[in-house]
Design a protein around this ligand. Structure first.
Ligand code: GDP
Ligand code: MG
Length: 594
C-alpha cells in the first residue's frame, strides 16, 4: 500500500467510556465484520477481558475506508500497562481521545492524552454515548477543548452504540491524521508494539514498519537481543489474520510469525530488522519490563506445587512482564515470589492461574521494592519482608514513590486530601478542569497505593474519583519490619514492611485476627508482634484439654479407631509452627482480609 493512503491511529479512553463498542461499530461500518458475525467486543479475545470488560492485550486491525487503509491499534487502558500503551502510541500518527459524554475526562484519559501529546500525535477529541439521556455534550466539549487547546465546536460527538457520527469520525481520521512517512529503500526497521502467545501458532508479533520492508521467508533480527528468526508468515489482521504475500512496507501495521514459543523472544518495544541487511540503529525507547509489586503465591494444597510451577511457566510465554522465583515459607510451604507491573497485573495473573489452571492459591500481602543501605555502606534491594535486615545496623531505607493524579468532583477535595495525607502524600498541585471538577496531584509512596488505596478512594468519593500514577523515583522512609510470632516462632508469611507510624496498628490487628482464627491447643499459645527484639503487641490463645477418646467410655474399640483416624485427617490440613498446629484456613483468612 502507498503510505500516502495509510492512517494509523489508536483510541485512548478511560475504562468503560466505550472504546470496545466504538471499535465494534467501526468494524461493522467498514464492512470488515458483517452484521451476521458481529458480536459485542469483537476484538477483546481473552475471557477475562470480555467478562471484566477491560482490554489487557492491544490488538491491531486494518479497516478499508474510502480508498484508504486505516489501522486501528487498540491500547490497554490501565496504568499498569503504561509502557505497552506508549509503544502502541509510537506506532500511530494520530489518536482518538474518546470521552464519555455523561462522565467527562478521567485520570487515565488524562495520563494517556499526555503520552499521546508527547509522542506528537494528532489528537481527535470525541465525546461518546451522546444517545444517553444523562449526556452533557456541551459541558464536556468545553472541558475537552480547554484541555487540548481547540475550539469546543471541533469536538466530534458520536454514539458507539447507535453508530451515530461514526462515519463522520472515520472521514475525519482520513482528513486530519497525517500519513506515515518513512524511507522505503532504507534497511528495515519495524517496532514491536505487542506480542501474543497463541497455542497453535506460537508467538504472534504485532509490528509497525517504520522504514524499509519486511518479507515472508526472510531472516529477521531482534535488535535488543540479537536473536535471529525466520518469518514463516507475515500479514495483516482484518479482523482475522490474513497472510500478505508482498510483506509489509513503510507505514504498514501487521503481524509476523516466526515459530518462537515465548513472548520474551519478541519483546514489546524492540526493533525488528533484516538479518542480512540490518539497520544501524534501533528505534528509540526500548525498555525492559520492570516489576513494581511483589507477592508470594502458594498452593493451598502443597501437592499442587508442581502444577503451580508449570502454570507460571506457561503464563510467562504470554506475559513478558511476569517474573518469579521459588520461595519457601515455614508457614505456607513451597511457593513462588512473583513480580508484577502493578496491582491489576497481579489480580489478572492470580485469576488466570485459578481459572485457566484450576489452582487454589494463597497470596501474601503485596509489597514494593525497597533499597536498603547499611551503616557499613553495603547496599541491597528487598522484594520480600524476610530479606529485610532484623538488626539495627540499617542506615537508610529508600522506597519507590509515584506522582499520582486524582480527578474528582470538587466536593470531594477534603476527603481526598485526608486519604492522601494519611498515607504520607505530599500535595504537588491542584487545577480545576471545569467549575466543579478538579485535578489533584500528589507524591505518594507506591507502597501506600498498593495497600487498598484505590478501594478507599472510591468509597470515600462515591465512586467518582479516578486515579492514575507514574513512577517518580524513590525517597527515604522510616520503615520497619514487623514480625508476628506464635509461641516465640516467627510466622514468615505475616511479616510486613510498614512505616514506623503504622507498625503498632499492623501488629495489634494481626495478633487479634490470629487469636480468633487459630483454635485452642493443649497448651497456652502467646501471639506477639515484634520489631526486631521489641514486642509491640501481645495476645494469648488459652489452653484446652482436648481429649476426644474420653468420650468413648473405654468400650468400643472400632469407634475409638475411627475417631483417631478422623483426628489424623484433620491434622493433614494443619501446618506446624513450632509446636502449634495452625489450620491452613487460618492463614488464608488472615492474609485475605486486609
Ligand atoms: P471500554 O471499557 O472503553 O472498552 O467500554 P465498552 O465499549 O466496553 O463500553 C462500556 C459500557 O458502555 C458498556 O456497557 C457499553 O454497552 C456502554 N456503551 C458504550 N458505548 C455506548 C454508547 O455510545 N451509548 C450507550 N448508551 N452506551 C454505550
Ligand atoms: Mg474495552
Amino acid at each position: 500500500t502507498d503510505p500516502a493512503l495509510i492512517r494509523n491511529f489508536c483510541i485512548i479512553a478511560h475504562i468503560d467510556h466505550g472504546k470496545s463498542t466504538l471499535a465494534d461499530r467501526m468494524l461493522q461500518i467498514t464492512g470488515v465484520v458483517d452484521d451476521r458475525s458481529m458480536r459485542a467486543q469483537y476484538l477483546d479475545r481473552m475471557d477475562i477481558e470480555r467478562e471484566r470488560g477491560i482490554t489487557i492485550k492491544s490488538q491491531a486491525v486494518r479497516l478499508p475506508w474510502n480508498g484508504h487503509v486505516l489501522n486501528m491499534i487498540d491500547t490497554p487502558g490501565h496504568v499498569d500497562f503504561t509502557y505497552e500503551v506508549s509503544r502502541s502510541l509510537q506506532a500511530c500518527e494520530g489518536a482518538i481521545l474518546l470521552v464519555d459524554a455523561a462522565q467527562g475526562i478521567e485520570a487515565q484519559t488524562l495520563a494517556n492524552l499526555y503520552l499521546a501529546m508527547n509522542a506528537d500525535l494528532q489528537i481527535i477529541p470525541v465525546l461518546n454515548k451522546i444517545d444517553l439521556p444523562a449526556a452533557q455534550p456541551e459541558k464536556f466539549a468545553e472541558e475537552l477543548a480547554g484541555l487540548i487547546g481547540c475550539d469546543p465546536s471541533d469536538v466530534l460527538k458520536v454514539s458507539g452504540k447507535t453508530g451515530e457520527g461514526v462515519r463522520e469520525l472515520l472521514d475525519h481520521v482520513v482528513e486530519t491524521i497525517p500519513a506515515p512517512v518513512g524511507r522505503a529503500d532504507a534497511a528495515a526497521r519495524a517496532l514491536i508494539f505487542d506480542s501474543v502467545y497463541d497455542t497453535y501458532r506460537g508467538v504472534v508479533t504485532y509490528v509497525r514498519v517504520i522504514d524499509g520492508h519486511l518479507s515472508k521467508r526472510e531472516r529477521i533480527l531482534m535488535m535488543s537481543t540479537s536473536a535471529t528468526h525466520e518469518t514463516l508468515e507475515i500479514g495483516v489482521i482484518s479482523p482475522e489474520p490474513k497472510p500478505a504475500d508482498l510483506g509489509l512496507g513503510v507505514g504498514e501495521v501487521g503481524y509476523l510469525i516466526t515459530g518462537v514459543k515465548d513472548v520474551r523472544q519478541s519483546r514489546v518495544g524492540d526493533t525488528v530488522t533484516s538479518a542480512a541487511k540490518p539497520a544501524g540503529e534501533m528505534l528509540a525507547g526500548y525498555e525492559h519490563p520492570k516489576p513494581m509489586v511483589f507477592s508470594g503465591l502458594y498452593p493451598i494444597d502443597g501437592d499442587e506445587y508442581p502444577e503451580l510451577r508449570e502454570a507460571l511457566d506457561k503464563l510467562q510465554l504470554n506475559d513478558a512482564a511476569l517474573v518469579y522465583e521459588p520461595e519457601t515459607s515455614a508457614a505456607l510451604g513451597f511457593g513462588f515470589r512473583v513480580g508484577f507491573l502493578g496491582l491489576l497485573h497481579m489480580e489478572i495473573v492470580r485469576e488466570r492461574l485459578e481459572r485457566e489452571f484450576g489452582l487454589s492459591l494463597i497470596s501474601t500481602a503485596p509489597n514494593v521494592i525497597y533499597r536498603v543501605v547499611m551503616e557499613d555502606g553495603k547496599e541491597f534491594t528487598v522484594t520480600n519482608p524476610s530479606e529485610f535486615p532484623a538488626g539495627g545496623k540499617i542506615a537508610t531505607v529508600f522506597e519507590p514513590v509515584t506522582k499520582s493524579t486524582i480527578l474528582a468532583p470538587s466536593e470531594f477535595i477534603g476527603a481526598i486530601m485526608e486519604i492522601c495525607q494519611g498515607r504520607r502524600g505530599q500535595l504537588l498541585g491542584m487545577d480545576y478542569l471545569s467549575e466543579d471538577r478538579v485535578e489533584i496531584r500528589y507524591t505518594l509512596p507506591l507502597g501506600e497505593i498498593i495497600f487498598d488505596f484505590f478501594d478507599q478512594l472510591k468509597s470515600r468519593t462515591r465512586g467518582y474519583a479516578s486515579l492514575d500514577y507514574e513512577p517518580a523515583g524513590e525517597q527515604e522512609a522510616d520503615l520497619v519490619k514487623v514480625d508476628i510470632l506464635l509461641q516465640g516462632e516467627p510466622v514468615d508469611a505475616f511479616s510486613a514492611i510498614v512505616h514506623k507510624d503504622k507498625a503498632y496498628t499492623y501488629g495489634v490487628d494481626m495478633a487479634k485476627k490470629l487469636r480468633e482464627l487459630i483454635p485452642r491447643q493443649q497448651f497456652e499459645v502467646p501471639i506477639q508482634a515484634a520489631i526486631g527484639a521489641r514486642v509491640i503487641a501481645r495476645e494469648n490463645i488459652r489452653a484446652i484439654r482436648k481429649d476426644v477418646l474420653a468420650k468413648c467410655y473405654g468400650g468400643d474399640i472400632s469407634r475409638k479407631r475411627k475417631l483417631l483416624e478422623k483426628q489424623k485427617e484433620g491434622k493433614k490440613r494443619m501446618k506446624m509452627v513450632g509446636r502449634v498446629e495452625v489450620p491452613q484456613e487460618a492463614f488464608v483468612a488472615a492474609l485475605s482480609t486486609e
